[in-house]
Design a protein around this ligand. Structure first.
Ligand SMILES: [Zn+2]
Length: 258
């Protein structure tokens, strides 16, 4: 399998090297009792990072929720195609549709059901926000690996009408209400409103730069590590310990790892 981010060899959709740059942005655990007569409580979990969606949910190969199995899953975030409220075992339930249709990996569709999950809008909004971070991180990793793919597109996420998704964060514009009131009143209103809205807004604004810094420092470490190893190989070759062929072979292996 090839890593969907850097195209390197990988056991999963995202390779271990890329996973080192992963930052969890949202996660929640909950329990849900399933079954008609003998109710059995099961633990569920969902997490969104700047790369993946993962957790322990009911997984199906069909959107109807038939023959589901409770299991761990982990997918590249850009493969999240759909977040909709559906009927699952007779109850309104969030379904997350995941589809891989690109790259050299096998094409598949998978449907994850989150029964009893009550934080739907926060989760769906976290997915929308995290996709933007995943796009910029993917772009940066590819650039540092010398893969020029240009801008990485944020894949669309379909939602049902009953899930409110916040508008994409655009450049701040003055509130329309300000123009209908006097500027003094608007200023006074802004003063009283600002401290209330700040605690909620601040983490969202601060987050991207923090993650970017972490991602870049991770890449920088990898590159310097790579250079050190290449230098060592050159020394071995120059001293006749490695033949030219062996040197090229080892160098090739290194390039594949990094
Ligand atoms: Zn990778």
């Amino acid at each position: 399998m090839k890593c969907l981010i850097c195209s390197g060899d990988s056991a999963g959709e995202v390779c271990n090297k890329c996973i080192r740059l992963e930052k969890i942005l949202y996660q929640k655990e909950w329990s849900y009792k399933e079954g008609m007569f003998i109710k059995k409580s099961e633990d569920y979990r969902i997490a969104i990072s700047n790369m993946r969606i993962s957790g322990r949910v009911a997984i199906c190969d069909n959107p109807k929720g038939l023959n589901s199995r409770l299991d761990n899953m982990s997918h590249y975030l850009m493969n999240v195609k759909e977040c909709t409220q559906v009927s699952y075992q007779g109850k309104k339930t969030l379904m997350i549709g995941i589809e891989n249709s690109t790259g050299e990996n096998a094409k598949y569709s998978r449907y994850c059901f989150l029964p009893g999950f009550d934080d739907v809008e926060q989760l769906v909004n976290a997915i929308f926000d995290a996709k933007k971070k995943a796009a910029s991180l993917t772009e940066r990793i590819r650039q540092s690996n010398g893969i020029s793919t240009g801008a990485v597109e944020v894949t669309p996420t379909q939602t049902s009408a009953d899930i409110k998704v916040s508008a994409p964060v655009a450049a701040p514009t003055p509130a329309p209400a300000a123009s209908t009131t006097s500027s003094a009143a608007a200023a006074a209103a802004a003063k009283t409103v600002a401290p209330v809205s700040r605690p909620a807004a601040a983490p969202a604004l601060a987050a991207p730069s923090t993650y970017d810094t972490v991602a870049l420092s991770g890449i920088a470490t990898d590159i310097s590590e790579f250079e050190t190893k290449i230098k060592k190989l050159k020394v071995l070759r120059d001293n006749g310990i490695l033949s030219e062929e062996e040197y090229l072979e080892e160098k090739k292996k290194l390039v594949n790892i990094f």
